[in-house]
Design a protein around this ligand. Structure first.
Ligand SMILES: [Zn+2]
Length: 67
């Protein structure tokens, strides 16, 4: 166990997260900080989980999700 639960996709935590929803690490700069975080090779696992999460959202709501 010890796996970090990401917030639900309609949670406000996704708009301006102050921590990584995957590993729980504190982010330096909200949304941009989160992108930096998942873009880092150091946190490739977070990136993979983020991409997986995003794919799931796209599958669910299709064209409504952009950006
Ligand atoms: Zn993370």
């Amino acid at each position: 166990m010890g796996d970090y639960e990401h917030p639900t996709r309609d949670s406000s935590a996704w708009d301006n997260p102050d921590f990584c929803p995957f590993c729980g690490r504190e982010l330096s700069d909200g949304g941009p900080g989160f992108i930096d975080h998942v873009s880092s090779d150091e946190h490739a696992t977070c990136r993979q989980r983020f991409e997986q999460w995003r794919e799931n959202v796209v599958t669910d709501i299709g064209d409504e999700w952009s950006g």
